[in-house]
Design a protein around this ligand. Structure first.
Ligand code: SAM
Length: 257
């Protein structure tokens, strides 16, 4: 028998897509299908499903960003551009905001929304995968990735890529669903996520499956301390986090020194 015969197929690397185990190469397309499907009603659904509270989480994130006039900000997995709109005003004409997202439908909705809001001039749009950012080393003063990291296939690779493109002294803000820290809230939230949320998705977007994925992907996402360790492993320092709405959402912040 030829010992060099490796014709037996190599095991496929797997990852999670919600509660399903899928081949790593498959996840990106499955996530793309979700966001192509929901893009048109993404903002409406955000307000409906969070009762508008996502605006408070985002406001808190901006307050923690320390972004000033003239700085360069990356709104990564920025989708319909809520952060881009706010940061564009903060950095002013001498600054720049890049709205980057892997999904053309989300970027298109974002571009249209920002144009209607009169946000032009200091904003650039880039279709990019968070795992391999098409920017030079030490480019940005601040990166925000909001409700995006959960959808990325290789989160460690993405965090390393973000570290690389941050300037020394720059900071990364990760706003993401997390693990509720109060048990009765956790139970009510579970009921809401798995029973009500997909039904609203079905009624409004005609796509309950995408909102079932949302609920499942939240449960599979690293919890507060695990994500903190992942950021430290990628090189970030002084990493801390804030639990928002009893830990339903957490904001992690880390620095590149
Ligand atoms: C839930 S939306 C969040 C949009 C926006 N940041 C917000 O907070 O409203 C998640 C976004 O992540 C994007 N995304 C998923 N995987 C990505 C990847 N690997 N690289 C860049 N963007 C990604 C999706 O296309 C989608 O627009």
């Amino acid at each position: 028998m030829n010992e060099n015969n490796h014709s037996a197929s190599t095991p496929t690397e797997t990852t999670h897509f919600g509660f399903k185990t899928v081949a790593k190469e498959e996840k990106q397309q499955l996530v793309a299908n979700v966001f192509h499907s929901v893009a048109g009603k993404y903002d409406l659904m955000n307000d409906l499903l969070s009762f508008g509270i996502h605006r408070i989480w985002k406001r808190f994130t901006i307050d923690c960003s320390g972004v000033r006039r003239g700085q360069k900000v990356l709104d990564l997995a920025g989708g319909t551009g809520d952060f881009t709109a706010k940061f564009s005003r903060i950095v002013g004409e001498t600054g720049e905001v890049v709205l980057a997202d892997i999904n053309s439908s989300m970027l298109e909705v974002g571009r249209e929304k920002l144009r209607n809001l009169g946000v032009v001039g200091n904003v650039n749009y880039v279709q990019a995968n968070a795992e391999c950012l098409p920017f030079g080393d030490n480019t940005f003063d601040c990166i925000v990735i909001s409700f995006g990291l959960r959808n990325v296939t290789d989160k460690d690779k993405a965090l390393r890529s973000m570290y690389r493109v941050l300037k020394p002294g720059g900071r990364l803000l990760v706003l993401e669903f997390s693990k509720p820290i109060i048990e009765p809230i956790s139970q009510a939230y579970n009921f809401y996520s798995f029973n009500i949320l997909p039904q609203i998705g079905q009624a409004v977007v005609n796509d309950g499956d995408s909102y079932r994925y949302l609920a499942e992907s939240i449960r599979m996402h690293p919890k507060q301390d695990e994500l903190k360790k992942m950021m430290e492993t990628a090189g970030f320092e002084s990493v801390n986090y804030y639990n928002l709405t009893a830990g339903i959402v957490a904001l992690h912040r880390g620095y590149k020194f």
